[in-house]
Design a protein around this ligand. Structure first.
Ligand SMILES: *Cc1c(COP(=O)(O)O)cnc(C)c1O
Length: 476
């Protein structure tokens, strides 16, 4: 260090002195002898804290040598170590009211799916083993029959997610050939999934038809050539066009495809087995209706409106699905045993719609009566009124939740929440600290208040939510 200090452009003597006062890593490590944490994590925590103080000195933020005493540094190192020991991937409380929150893991699984996950995770299973013949089996047969019985499809296949499903089907049916799509349906789903780009990756050539707002059957008809491999309809799940618009109904596209010998595909996006308009939500085509309209192949997500694990479901006519199954790319996109276990359990619940809506968390949250959400909000506000000791003003408010996952974008679900106006800190600061809590709380800010929508907060999360809010507002 003394040598460095002689170099050109060296820091002033006062800074040099402070830098020399930073304890040595090995000296600090002696204080952690006997600590049960992994040695590499302890060393990392020590190094990071010492490096941060060094930065502080060089940036002129630290000028008091007393701040470099081990006694002062140890609590910082312990806090850093506690951070490193906490799992990086952990549960949060979703108080945003967005039910299918892609960034928070989309759908929660029902109890039967969790039992099945635990069982196949801790035991061997017949993943690719035919129990009747004792020979190698196919993992796909485990859910194919269920999917066919539930939807009326002839055959089915499941891959990693819907983006993979679209890519795989396009690559199978239309590589180096043409796919006709309406200009109004060239959607971007987010996370860089755009229909034209997926099409390019599959090797298929996109033939856009119609105008942004209106596409007619004759537009598809005129675009058909010898190179046409597929007519593709994409469900515009995450946006709505209103005004002077026209889309060709699926049945008309199917009739055209049949007349010209060209298969028809629909990317349904969310894909649901339940007609949610019966529960007061918007009308979306169900998977059964899409199959009944005669499409050759339909794809949709497992973890959006279906409420299952992340997966891409591919259903349709046997000849087409068989072709997709034979595509070697399939192997690269296949689902694992956990997805399969969870998916089968969720699918079985759909044989009784009333049971599905009650037990599949995504469906239960989407159809939850306002009165039930209000009861939760009242429970939370009663707890907070007792525990906050005047550190914040609590009120019950009407709000609206959203479906999320790019589904039913214009649907606002009437909901009930708790608005919290902190008295001793800014609302942004409160929101930030809640995200940093041991059980992080994800919330919204509205009208200078923290807004907690109770639709997506489970009954057993109300007590920990109240405890975290109380602790954070008390400066903990
Ligand atoms: C969500 C969505 C996808 C992508 O599905 P993932 O399961 O997220 O891969 C593709 N197409 C449409 C229309 C969608 O809404």
């Amino acid at each position: 260090m003394a040598k460095q200090a002689q170099g050109a452009g060296q820091p002033p003597a006062a800074i040099q002195k402070l830098l020399r006062a930073i304890p040595k890593v090995d000296d600090v490590l002696l204080r952690f002898e006997g600590n049960t944490a992994p040695a590499a994590l302890v060393k990392g925590a020590v190094r990071e804290v010492l490096a941060a103080r060094r930065e502080d000195i060089l940036a002129g933020r630290l000028a008091d040598a007393a701040a470099l005493k081990q006694e002062r540094l140890l609590p910082q190192i312990e806090a850093r170590l506690a951070d490193k020991l906490r799992p990086n991937f952990r549960t949060v409380i979703n108080a945003t009211g967005v039910v299918i929150h892609t960034n928070l893991g989309r759908s929660l699984l029902p109890a039967s799916a969790m039992e099945s996950l635990l069982a196949v995770g801790t035991h061997y299973a017949n993943l690719e083993f035919d129990l009747a013949t004792g020979k190698r089996g196919s993992r796909y047969t485990l859910v194919e029959e269920l999917l066919c019985e539930l939807t009326g499809a002839e055959a089915a296949l499941v891959v990693n997610n819907n983006a993979a499903a679209v890519l795989l089907v396009l690559e199978t049916l239309a590589s180096s050939r043409e796919v006709i799509v309406s200009r109004g349906q060239l959607v971007e789903i987010g996370g860089s999934f755009r229909i034209p780009e997926v099409m390019a990756k599959s090797g298929a050539r996109l033939v856009e038809v119609g105008a942004t707002n209106r596409t007619h059957l004759r537009d598809y008809e005129r675009a058909i050539t010898d190179a046409t491999a597929l007519l593709l309809k994409v469900h515009t799940s995450n946006f709505r066009m209103i005004g002077f618009t026209k889309e060709v109904p699926l049945a008309e596209l199917v009739a055209l495809g049949a007349a010209r010998g060209i298969p028809v595909m629909e990317d349904l996006g969310s894909g649901s087995f339940v007609d949610f308009s019966r529960y007061g939500l918007g009308k979306e085509p169900t998977v059964q209706e899409t199959i009944a309209a005669g499409v050759d192949v339909v794809t949709f997500s497992g973890d959006k409106m279906l409420g299952g694990p992340q997966a891409g479901l591919i259903l349709g006519k046997r000849a087409v699905i068989d072709q997709v199954k034979r595509n070697p790319m399939n192997r690269a996109l296949r689902i694992d045993k956990f997805t399969l276990a969870a998916l089968e359990a969720v699918l079985r619940l759909y044989f009784d719609e009333e049971q599905a809506v009650r037990t599949i968390p995504t469906l239960a949250m989407l159809t939850m009566p306002l009165a039930a959400i209000e009861r939760r909000a009242k429970r939370l506000s009663r707890r907070l009124n007792k525990s906050l000791a005047g550190r914040g003003r609590v009120s019950l408010v009407r709000t609206s939740s959203r479906v999320g996952g790019g589904s039913l974008p214009e649907t606002e679900l009437p909901s009930c929440g708790v608005a919290l106006a902190p008295k001793e800190m800014r609302v942004n600061e409160l929101e930030r600290r809640l995200r940093a809590a041991v059980v992080p709380v994800i919330s919204r800010i509205e009208n200078e208040c923290l807004l907690l929508d109770l639709r997506t907060v489970a009954d057993d999360e109300i007590a920990p939510l109240a405890a975290t809010l109380t602790e954070v507002l008390a400066g903990g």
